[in-house]
Ligand binder design. Structure first.
Ligand SMILES: Nc1ncnc2c1ncn2[C@@H]1O[C@H](COP(=O)(O)OP(=O)(O)OP(=O)(O)O)[C@@H](O)[C@H]1O
Length: 431
């Protein structure tokens, strides 16, 4: 697989908007059984409209048409959602840009369904790309984080002790002691994803038998360095991460009939999503003002993806059912704000000690060479000066001799004039 310029948009350090898409899933069996109807229609590649005619005649504070980078109706495939924009963002990590792909939406709207496909398509493309490159060597590292009830957990560790978040002046927020596993191949990926799935907190609610009760971040770190055959031209080492974020779904306790444990989870989920919504809204309206990233673990961990050094795509998922109109509108409002948010991704170049030593050695050799050339030039100049000095001495000697000869000639002339009795003053050429 080759990555074309279109797919691997460089744009180092340039601001760009978050790529926002909306995907509507089909009505599910329960919704059909309740004779619910579909409220939404994608009328073009990027416009989705509210099609409930009765409501159109009512005065509504909500818009009835929304435009995004792409919209996908209920007959769309995850492959389409991936190929038409999300892929470009995800694969930019191969070129050293941090990137993130999020799924956001109410519970049971299709976030996990969409993100599972996107994660696998993207990592499959990353493997293909790596296999076709012989001028660079790649190392892939896999890690997985879960945020459950505001606690951060390592999905690759049997130890459920919450992990601490630390502030790194260069990298931003980092998850302390997070397991990173060297990813070998496709089979290895499938094993790791299965471990994450088994570890992730899933519970049954009345809206989704397999509801994700936590936020999940699958993180792939891609490091690449010039291979032996590539020569010195491309000496940089690139390191970037791509995050695949499957958020827990926003929900109303009344709709999910939550009590006890599920209600508590729902409270945490909604609070962190509220912070995410506030962060996105503030970034879209006053990006230079105070952004409350630190109000939730989710926004702290994803700070770079939301307004910093990253390329970001958000897939907002909707249930089409009329029963979920309010939630769908909230999701669309989130999406409207998200499309105004700008990030500015930079190529992340790192130096290994080996490369650093090599570069210093090269620089020293260059300086030594320059020094030698300079001392060569100095020697030449000294020789020229010496030669000139000799010439000057010779000329001074000649002047001295000529002056002596002139004086001798004058005195002889005086003698001759005196002997001839000629008055010297009457001879004009005798001074
Ligand atoms: N586009 C789609 N086409 C067909 N089925 C879908 C689609 N999206 C979701 N589904 C189905 O709908 C159900 C709910 O989807 P999913 O679990 O992905 O929702 P979710 O948004 O992740 O929910 P939660 O927030 O509760 O975890 C699943 O059975 C899934 O297979």
């Amino acid at each position: 697989m080759s990555i074309s310029g279109d797919e691997m948009d460089p744009g180092d350090g340039q601001e760009e908007k978050i790529f926002v898409t909306v995907r509507v899933r089909p009505l599910n069996v329960k919704e059909i059984a309740k004779n619910d109807v579909s409220d939404w229609e994608c009328v073009s590649n990027n416009t989705i409209i509210y099609k409930n005619v009765k409501a159109l005649t009512e005065r509504s504070m909500y818009p009835n048409a929304y435009t995004f980078d792409r919209v996908y109706g209920c007959d769309s495939t995850t492959r389409q959602v991936y190929e038409e924009g999300v892929k470009r963002i995800a694969l930019s990590a191969l070129n050293g840009f941090n990137s993130s792909v999020f799924a956001y939406g109410q519970t049971s709207s299709g976030k996990t369904y969409t993100m599972t496909g996107i994660t696998q398509y993207a990592i499959s493309d990353i493997f293909d790309h790596i296999n076709q490159q012989d001028d660079r060597e790649f190392v892939l590292k896999f890690s997985a984080i879960e945020i459950y009830n505001e606690c951060v957990r390592d999905l690759l560790s049997a130890d459920a002790t919450p992990l601490r978040l630390l502030d790194d002046p260069e990298k931003g927020t980092i998850v302390d002691k997070l397991t990173e596993i060297h990813l070998e191949d496709w089979t290895h990926l499938m094993e790791l994803l299965a471990v994450c799935e088994a570890q992730r907190k899933i519970g049954e609610t009345s809206m989704n038998e397999m509801s994700s009760r936590s936020h999940q971040i699958i993180r792939l770190t891609i490091e690449s360095s010039p291979s032996e055959v590539s020569g010195v031209g491309s000496a940089s080492i690139l390191a970037a991460t791509v995050n695949f974020v499957d958020l827990a779904g926003s929900e109303r306790a009344s709709q999910t009939n939550s009590v006890g444990k599920r209600l508590k989870e729902g409270g945490h989920i909604n609070r962190s999503l509220l912070t995410l919504g506030t962060v996105i809204r503030k970034l879209s309206k006053e990006p230079n003002g105070h952004i409350p990233y630190r109000d939730s673990k989710l926004t702290r961990i994803l700070q770079n993806s939301l307004g910093g050094n990253a390329k970001t795509a958000i897939v907002c998922t909707l249930s089409p059912a009329h029963a979920h109109l309010e939630q769908s509108r909230n999701t669309l409002l989130f999406a409207v704000c998200a499309k105004e948010v700008r990030t500015s991704a930079q190529v992340n170049v790192v130096m290994s000690e080996k490369v650093l030593v090599k570069q210093l050695q090269r620089e020293m050799a260059r300086l030594e060479h320059e020094l030698k050339n300079m001392s060569g030039t100095t020697n030449d100049s000294e020789a020229i000066i010496k030669e000139k000095e000799l010439q000057i001495q010779k000329m001074e000697q000649e002047i001295k001799e000529l002056t002596q000869e002139r004086d001798l000639a004058r005195s002889r002339l005086d003698e001759l004039l005196r002997a001839a009795g000629v008055d010297q003053k009457s001879v004009p050429w005798v001074c």
